[in-house]
Design a protein around this ligand. Structure first.
Ligand code: XMP
Length: 514
């Protein structure tokens, strides 16, 4: 069954948890999409959603101009669940009274059930729910009844008596509401009546069919970087259209040690893909000669990549499509309501689509979150070495060599970085880390080796924990591991006599040094 037939819409009122709601719904096997709160009713209707979730948000329904969704959804008989702001909006639209409470209710609360309902199946009196609101429902909206309360919210769960419309004051999507998953599941399965057919396999089956139909016998080009997203795109496309997929891997010389070899072995030898290897090391090094400004480096690398990509596309000829690893968060960011919670964006992706190339874009992963891409990658048989690879910036080691990039400095950094990979990234114990790498600094310091004075380079270790790269903290790596890594770098890498550990968080620092 096509999982789109069980679509649940999430109308976004700007909550910092909106994406989390989507991920929780999808974890239950139900495909959902996030759209702006004011989505046109005709468009909603045309998508035939099986349910609608109204997210929380930073606004107050008591204020003028507070965001409102299209009212016709409430008479459409589509099941609706309002969360926090969503509940308050339902209350207001049905002539209830919502007022600012003097006390903000934040954190854990106990839920007490007033009336049994399929939404609360499996929920017990006293179960913990997580609150984060100031407004609350004082007078119940007409035609609604209270299903449950907490100490500070007398109407913490409400339901319409005449239509499948529900509201919860707390956040079932956060893990601080231990049974939140049960409530979401009840809404989806018992109330919306879906079966939960969204899975990595159903995604792959659907995508293969769609790509084959769409692309037919045309040729598709794909830039493979060896990162998770482009790898999953490439393998998916390859499964769908085989030899009509032309993958290009550009070795810019700024990759981690042996990375190009690993990528070639996996995609060419193991997965038997049509993969063109372009050795452009010299061109990139030449273009970077004398450049120290980080943004200039990025621009030069980005432009050169595009130029090489264009050359290759001309060489292949007759290309109609370009397959790209756009993910769902990029799609949402470009459409959805931006509340104050809108996050600081990560920056600058190298290798954007060259406008003058007359490709039509294919974005087979645009429905997926990053963790879903990984699961789909596994379903496609891509090795863990690729699927769990740490994020790596497009401009590569060029932004980890502070100052000028040249062959010698690249060599030093590659060796030092490789030791970090062996000692940290590749160790099971450190799999949870977001990134761990070496940075080559543009200073020399004095040291002593044997009886000799040295005057050599400094390596900084950057090892961070993060959920999404928006914020990060330096990892509390055991001293023993740091000690061993530093000793190995100093002993094994020529021209390094000092290693320092970066203990700055993001913000105010960034993860990369440039
Ligand atoms: P910062 O340094 O901004 O990095 O804290 C956040 C995340 O983004 C990666 N990063 C980049 N990725 N092109 C990329 O594709 C870039 O120019 C770039 N700069 C930083 C970085 O590795 C981290 O994961």
């Amino acid at each position: 069954m096509d999982y789109h037939k069980e679509l649940v819409l999430i109308l976004d009122f700007g909550s910092q948890y909106t994406q989390l709601i989507a991920r929780k719904v999808r974890e239950l096997g139900v495909y959902c999409e996030i759209h702006p709160y004011n989505m046109e009713f005709q468009r909603i209707k045309s998508l035939q959603p099986r349910g609608i979730i109204l997210s929380g948000g930073p606004s107050s329904v008591t204020e003028r101009g507070a965001p409102i969704c299209h009212k016709r959804i409430f008479s459409s008989n589509i099941p609706i669940l309002g969360i926090c702001y969503g509940l308050q909006l339902i209350a207001k639209l049905y002539n209830g009274t919502v007022a600012k409470s003097s006390k903000r209710e934040y954190g854990k609360a106990h839920l007490f059930i007033d009336k049994n309902n399929s939404l609360l199946q499996g929920i017990r009196n006293g179960d913990i729910v997580w609150m984060s609101h100031q407004d609350r429902v004082l007078k119940m909206p007409s035609g609604f009844e209270t299903l449950a309360r907490t100490e500070n919210s007398p109407h913490a769960v409400i339901a319409s008596k005449n239509a499948p419309i529900y509201g919860v004051q707390f956040h079932p999507e956060v893990h601080h509401t231990p049974k939140g998953r049960v409530i979401l599941k009840n809404f989806l399965f018992a109330i919306c009546g879906v079966k939960g057919v969204f899975s990595p396999k159903s995604f792959v089956d659907y995508s293969l069919e769609k790509i084959q139909k769409h692309v037919g016998n045309h040729r598709v080009m794909c830039a493979l970087s060896g990162g998770v997203d482009s790898s999953v795109v490439a393998v998916l496309m390859h499964k769908a259209i085989g030899k009509n997929l032309y993958c290009v891997f550009v070795n810019n010389g700024l990759l981690r040690k042996n990375e190009e070899k690993e990528v070639m072995v996996i995609f060419r030898s193991k997965l038997r893909m049509n993969l063109k290897y372009v050795d452009a090391k010299k061109r990139f090094l030449n273009a970077l000669k004398g450049v120290v400004d980080p943004e200039k480096k990025r621009k030069i690398i980005g432009h050169l990549f595009i130029r090489i990509f264009e050359e290759e596309s001309r060489r292949i000829g007759n290309l109609t499509y370009l397959a790209q690893g756009t993910l769902y968060p990029d799609v949402i960011e470009s459409t959805s309501f931006k509340g104050p919670s809108a996050t600081i964006k990560t920056h600058h992706n190298v290798g954007g689509l060259p406008e003058k190339m007359k490709f039509t874009l294919l974005e087979p992963l645009r429905e997926l979150f990053k963790d879903e891409v990984r699961v789909v990658g596994k379903e496609l048989g891509i090795p863990d070495a690729i699927i769990y690879r740490q994020p790596f910036p497009g401009p590569g080691l060029a932004v980890r060599i502070i100052g000028e990039v040249n062959e010698k400095r690249l060599q030093i950094l590659k060796e030092a970085d490789d030791i970090v990979r062996q000692e940290i990234e590749k160790k099971e114990h450190f799999k949870h880390l977001w990134q761990s790498f070496a940075v080559l600094l543009p200073v020399k310091t004095v040291g002593v080796m044997g009886d000799e004075r040295t005057y050599a380079n400094v390596i900084a270790l950057r090892i961070v924990e993060s959920r999404d790269a928006m914020t990060a903290d330096w990892a509390r790596i055991p001293y023993g591991v740091l000690d061993r890594t530093a000793r190995r770098i100093i002993n094994e890498v020529p021209d390094i006599n000092r290693v320092v550990y970066d203990i700055s968080s993001k913000p105010p620092s960034t993860i990369e040094w440039e």
